[in-house]
Design a protein around this ligand. Structure first.
Ligand code: M6R
Length: 364
């Protein structure tokens, strides 16, 4: 049941800390504090290409995985939604591998992509939440997320669990390839293991997000911006807002804004930016300043170090715990999902069963 929560989605949002912790426990050896993966169906040292595919939020988790795997493990990655990949006919190298991501393990397009990739000789690795699903059965190896059943149609805890697995996978493959040194690996593991308490702290402070939600609930359109591994989280924020509050939202790479979307900017369009401190903050901040100069109402998620620069022009600066930039997408996913939840509640929509949507999309 929902316990003391109003909706399954609210309950599931509050399960982020536990689910992240349980999932990490599965893939990080607690004594050695090193990533311990089951044998992979391919050798990371020689695999020529990894094709990542999925649908919806699971695809956005896969996109974050692409940033992680490319930057840490230095493996070329192609990432595309399953409905596109199926008909795109991309060249698939001999000895290549595919990575599928799915909460249900039953999504029709992802299953079709799996069979196509398998037929083309790719080894199949999947990140799935349901052990006895079709996808887990037909994959060569499955890395299970430990999210427990997810009832709300909007994916929440399954998403951060997917990210947790993908982060471990990237670190594990980087070690196998010798593209990460022991000190960096230890720092990343430490950052991951901090996440459950960071996430819990975030969830304790509902008031900040609720205040934002009151403003966002009035909007007809919302723009979410991010760069690098936070770009997919900007898209996740937009997807979640669309599906449960029915407000039009777009997730955009911050640097792309001046190539079109900036024309939309006026005080009625909230611009929600994901911009923790790190090498990309200055770039994103300058994009935001351009939006602010055109009357844009900026709501920026950052950390203590990033806050002062953003306060000069942003209407709202939300300070999250400071984390290693590598794990920032996992942390930032939580407030954007929470925001969507509170906006939907204010608008009185059917949060757990949004119109026209199904939990598991088993038709093409
Ligand atoms: O079960 P799956 O993870 O394969 O589902 C994929 C998408 O249908 C799913 O993530 C969908 O986008 C969610 N409703 C997003 O919140």
């Amino acid at each position: 049941g929902k316990g003391n929560y109003r909706h399954f989605m609210e309950k599931e949002l509050h399960e982020h800390p536990v689910v992240i912790g349980e999932t990490l426990r599965q893939y990080i050896d607690s004594t050695t504090r090193r990533v311990a993966l089951p044998p992979l169906p391919f050798d990371p040292l020689v695999v020529p290409k990894l094709t990542i595919t999925a649908c919806g939020s699971a695809f956005l988790a896969g996109l974050v995985g692409r940033y992680w795997i490319e930057s840490l493990a230095r493996i070329p990655v192609d990432a595309d939604t399953a409905s596109e990949l199926r008909y795109r006919d991309p060249p698939l190298p001999e000895g290549g591998a595919a990575l599928l991501v799915s909460q249900s393990g039953e999504t029709a397009d992802t299953m079709a992509a799996l069979r196509l990739l398998k037929g083309a000789g790719q080894s199949i690795l999947s990140v799935v939440n349901v052990d006895e699903s079709s996808m887990a059965r037909e994959s060569d190896t499955t890395l299970l997320t430990v999210a427990g059943p997810e009832i709300g149609v909007a994916s929440t805890k399954a998403f951060t669990a997917q990210l947790s697995v993908l982060a471990c996978l990237a670190i594990g493959m980087a070690r196998a390839r010798g593209t990460i040194d022991a000190a960096r690996e230890a720092a990343l593991i430490a950052a991951l293991l901090e996440l459950p308490s960071d996430a819990a702290a975030l969830l304790d402070d509902n008031a900040t997000i609720q205040a934002l939600a009151v403003e966002v609930a009035e909007a007809r359109d919302v723009l979410f911006l991010g760069r690098g591994n936070l770009y997919p989280i900007a898209m996740e924020g937009a997807l979640k807002l669309k599906e449960i509050s029915y407000i039009h939202a777009e997730g955009y790479a911050a640097g792309e804004m001046k190539h079109g979307p900036i024309a939309l900017i006026d005080p009625a369009v909230p611009v929600i930016a994901l911009c923790p401190s790190g090498p990309l903050l200055e770039k994103t901040a300058s994009n935001l300043q351009e939006a602010a100069a055109r009357g844009g109402r900026i709501m920026a998620f950052t950390d203590a170090e990033g806050a002062p620069a953003l306060r000069r022009f942003a209407q709202h600066v939300i300070v999250l715990p400071t984390v290693d930039p590598f794990v920032a997408p996992i942390l930032h996913a939580i407030p954007v999902q929470l925001l969507a939840y509170h906006v939907a509640v204010l608008r009185g929509t059917d949060v757990d069963q949004p119109r026209n949507l199904a939990k598991s999309v088993t038709v093409e």
